[in-house]
Design a protein around this ligand. Structure first.
Ligand code: URA
Length: 253
């Protein structure tokens, strides 16, 4: 038996060493990345990787703990600050502007979930189907945080706050518990992890309040208060890593 059977065959592949690619993607030092491979937490094209494996990041799909690490440069991840009056679909028969018109046309991307025509704020667009499926699946409970500005300047009663927190009866069932806090006279912060149609607006209608402005300020670990409406940017390496970590933690739950 060779001392390091993991190295056998691994050298036959062309490309960069896997631990070097992982380290470049921000997973830690080469040593830490070697340990990830030895602990069998890394797969390449759905097979457990062995130490010394070489990969071509242009073609190989690399995952840590089952979550793609975004090494494939054909995957793009845009964080857009969606303005009011833009729709979240690929095209609109009425010719209105869509979120797809606001980001590069190639490669083709789709939005991860939706925001209403009048809702503003953070929206993720990507061509990574695994991430989309994960972030939109109700069982994953990814938190979405909204700033809700109400008509008039009502301070919600304790009873109304409690109702929103515990769950309100909507026509498609009672909402799951939410984190709700009054921030100022007409502004309330709401954190939900469901993704029902017009959910936040309907929750407030159910307690007799009308939403004047609705802004999404966080999706899971993603936040950016400096991104201007209508502007997009690529996710940073750290953000992609935090999404991967978030996915792998959830898949171990
Ligand atoms: N809740 C809503 O009511 N609208 C959105 O766009 C998102 C959440």
């Amino acid at each position: 038996m060779p001392d390091h059977p993991q190295h056998e065959d691994a050298e036959l592949h062309e490309g960069e060493r896997l631990q070097k690619i992982l380290a470049a993607l921000g997973w830690g030092s080469r040593r830490v990345c070697e340990d990830l491979i030895i602990e069998e937490r890394v797969t390449v094209n759905n097979e457990i990787a062995i130490l010394g494996r070489r990969v071509d990041p242009l073609v190989d799909l690399i995952c840590v703990d089952g979550a793609p690490v975004g090494a494939r440069p054909d995957f793009v991840y845009y964080l857009l600050n969606k303005p009011q009056g833009v729709i979240c679909s690929a095209s609109d028969p009425q010719g209105r502007e869509t979120v797809i018109d606001l980001v590069p046309s190639e490669p083709r991307v789709f939005s991860v979930g939706r925001l209403d025509f009048d809702t503003e704020g953070l929206l993720l667009l990507t061509n990574d189907g695994v991430l989309t499926q994960f972030l939109t699946h109700p069982s994953q409970g990814v938190e979405k945080e909204y700033l809700v500005m109400l008509y008039g300047s009502p301070r919600l009663s304790d009873k109304a706050l409690r109702k929103l927190r515990i769950g309100v009866e909507l026509e498609d069932g009672v909402t799951a518990p939410a984190k709700v806090s009054q921030r100022s006279d007409n502004t309330v912060t709401v954190v939900i992890h469901e993704g029902r149609n017009r959910q936040v607006r309907r929750m407030f209608e159910a307690i007799g309040e009308e939403v004047e402005r609705l802004v999404r300020v966080r999706i899971g670990p993603l936040m950016d208060s400096k991104l201007k409406p209508g502007v997009w940017r690529d996710l940073t390496l750290a953000e992609r890593k935090s999404l991967s970590e978030f996915m792998s933690k959830s898949s171990r739950r």
